[in-house]
Design a protein around this ligand. Sequence first.
Ligand code: PMT
Length: 401
Amino acid sequence: MLKNKHIVLGISGGIAAYKSATLVRLLVKRGAEVQVVMTPSGREFITPVTLSALTGKPVITEFFTANTGQWNSHVDLGLWADAMVIAPATACTIAKMATGVADNMLVTTYLSAKAPVFVAPAMDLDMIAHPSTVRNLRTLRSYGNHIIKPAEGELASHLIGKGRMEEPEEIVRVLERFFSSASDLKGKKVMITAGPTYERIDPVRFIGNFSSGKMGYALADEAAARGAEVTLVSGPVSITPSQPGVKVLNVESAREMHDTCQNLFPDTDIAIMCAAVADYAPAQVATHKIKRENQEVPVIELVKNPDIAASLGKIKRHGQMLVGFALETDNEQANAEDKIRRKNLDMIVLNSLRNPGTCFGTDRNKVSIITLDGACTEYPDKSKTEVAHDIIDAIVSRINK
Ligand code: PMT
């Protein structure tokens, strides 16, 4: 997939630059031609000699090569590239890319690149969470750049949190996926639900759950990267999709999610129901805050919410595909198989809260995919990005049957 692909690898000045040597080696091993472009501070973290030895090409760090006076054309490089990867991308480089500050060879090449751009941020947890970085990454997404989300773990500061550059193996996987499956969902309309629903009790309280939206958003990114027209019906979450084409419709309650899905489903080819929908909502929503003082402990009467997946299963037409999730704590397989039938699904993705570090809120998941004909494929514990890839693969192979 990467054979003969021209990859421009931009390296900026962060400690994660040491991983760039591995990244280059993996790309070259797969037959890619790699041209490294470094910022001046990138050179402080890894030497150009190491990288040029691995790529077989001189590393470009300046606009002119000092001893020959040769001009390094960022325009030619930008046109040569089949993909540009910036790894590590520091907060400073991301800010320059977002605002067009072309004061080094890396950013200048970025501005000239016609090829898809992949950005792998690497920085400390407070820097990645700073509103300016959040805004700059959003800007890059709006330019159509692919953001390879940083992982969580121990950082150079020895703090633990989000900001570690994704591992070179995962960056290569992202590129391989991009080149191999860039269009296998082209022409398909995909609706995905994600996140929790909030069921209001009064103006300040609600019944909710721990869903972060990460699994559903990873699915939306994967489907969009593979050419689908994606609409994401999202409960309240604090994340955004990485793919620029994903249309997000924000909802709060199960009732709102139900109505939105009902409207969209007739014009949908594939629906993936990943949201953790509250099964019950308060029968009455108090118009004022329920006070602690002068009152007995309140009893909240609940009513059943609509089952969104089952309601779509009832109106599903021939040719439409309906995929559900099953979040279980026990009797997993039997419960999932019961849901596939009861809700008239074509496929169900089973995940269990018995697997530590998976399901709610984490970056990882461990799933089994069960189809209507009873076939069950178990997958190992993987990142949610990889799980999304497996799920979309399973959907595509079923469509092509
Ligand atoms: O968001 P994350 O933090 O990344 O976590 C991901 C996840 C754990 C939420 C996700 O992987 C997952 O399991 N989603 C489904 C959660 C759930 O509600 O499962 P369930 O077994 O209760 O529901 C079965 C199916 O019916 C699901 O497809 C659900 O979306 C759907 N459903 C459930 C209730 C309801 N009223 N309407 C529905 O459509």
